[in-house]
Design a protein around this ligand. Structure first.
Ligand code: SF4
Length: 370
């Protein structure tokens, strides 16, 4: 595929001030096939997908993210992540609505408490772009399912009443969909709880709406450190100067940045793609933290790769590039069992205290245990 993109030129009458305004980007999100057909050549399959699959899990694409699309190639990684296809209507018998059983471990609505010392707090169910591989599509994109204020207050009260919780993950949907004031108020509430040691924000805004990170917002958020921000880059086509600028603002303000990549068939199940992405992330001071095997959410079987692909990618990175660029490859177990790391096999033989290992280049070395 060529690196040709629609580019910002597809919006000739839009001023730079509008383009760089995150609220303009949110308001101008592309929601229909007709709107999208004005900037790219839609295939008949994409057209049908938007009508049929988009009726079940909506389409929304910021002009910024759409500007990264290839104008004619339906295999473009940006198009594949953002445009519904009819394949989403195929439900594999092994797929479930809530693959990580997040709803099962809810002591109060809108908060998952599965592990002893950390919780996952759901905020809005809105996102700038609805990723077609989303594992929370059961509720993301449905405005009816967003957390009302009273629910959020109850969830924060639960954290306050539970001293074992030292780590709060703020997720959604995308919490950065909130306007500055409600976002700062929510984190102020959480931060006022003495036993909460760290707060993590999970957001795809650096990828889909980097304009969201204004210097003013970043300045206001940095009072809440230690604040971690995990984002979700999946492909080098998302690595733009705008994204780099947002990440630079965050890193300069002391955020600890990490990336969660989801392994997606035909998009990033290629060692060179992952290496290029991870080396770019490191230059922006973002640690490639996880590669997730694609979950068993309904209607995303067409994105799922064999597990061996992920192991092969780790093997292709380990030793061949900086260890910092080698994330954990994990399967988040269907049913709520948690994350299981998968690594290539380096131990060849273990006899008594003698261990024979294979290194990254396939050479054998012996190590004697103490
Ligand atoms: S940003 Fe996250 S929550 Fe929102 S649609 Fe994408 S994967 Fe789902």
């Amino acid at each position: 595929m060529s690196s040709q993109t629609v580019s910002r030129n597809a919006w000739p009458h839009v001023t730079d001030a509008q383009w760089n305004d995150w609220q303009w980007q949110q308001q101008q999100r592309i929601r229909t096939a007709d709107q999208l057909a004005k900037i790219i050549t839609l295939t008949p399959e994409e057209h049908e997908g938007i009508t049929q699959a988009g009726a079940l899990f909506p389409m929304a694409i910021t002009p910024y993210y759409a500007s990264l699309m290839h104008p004619t190639d339906p295999n473009c990684p940006i198009r594949r992540q953002a445009i519904p296809t009819k394949e989403e209507l195929n439900i594999d018998p092994n797929e479930v609505e809530d693959p990580l059983a997040e709803e099962k471990y809810m002591p109060v609505p809108g908060l998952t408490h599965r592990y002893p010392d950390r919780v996952l707090l759901y905020t809005t169910h809105n996102c700038p772009v609805y990723c077609r591989h989303c594992n929370r599509k059961r509720k993301v994109g449905d405005p009816e399912s967003a957390a009302p204020r009273a629910q959020l207050a109850r969830a924060v009260q639960y954290i306050r009443d539970t001293p074992a919780i030292r780590d709060v993950l703020i997720s959604g949907g995308d919490p950065l969909t909130y306007a500055d004031n409600p976002l700062v108020e929510m984190i102020t509430d959480i931060r006022s709880i003495p036993h909460v040691e760290i707060v993590r924000i999970h957001t795809r805004n650096p990828v889909t709406l980097p304009q969201r990170f204004t210097p003013e917002l970043v300045e206001r958020l940095k009072q809440f450190h230690p604040l971690y921000l995990n984002t979700h880059f999946n492909h080098p086509a998302e690595c733009t100067p705008e994204a780099a600028h947002a990440l630079m603002l965050l890193a300069n303000a002391g955020f600890v940045l990490g990336n969660h990549m989801v392994l997606l068939k035909g998009i990033n199940d290629d060692p060179e793609v992952v290496k290029t992405l991870n080396l770019w992330l490191l230059k922006q001071r973002v640690r490639p933290y996880y590669i997730f095997q694609c979950d068993s959410a309904q209607g995303i079987a067409h994105f799922r790769t064999p597990v061996q692909s992920g192991i092969d990618i780790i093997q292709s990175l380990r030793g061949f590039t900086s260890g910092l660029a080698v994330p954990h490859y994990v399967v988040d177990l269907t049913g709520g069992g948690g994350k299981v790391p998968l690594v290539p096999e380096y131990l060849v033989e273990h006899e008594g205290k003698k261990m024979t290992f294979k290194n990254y280049a396939g050479e054998h070395y012996v190590y004697h245990e103490g």
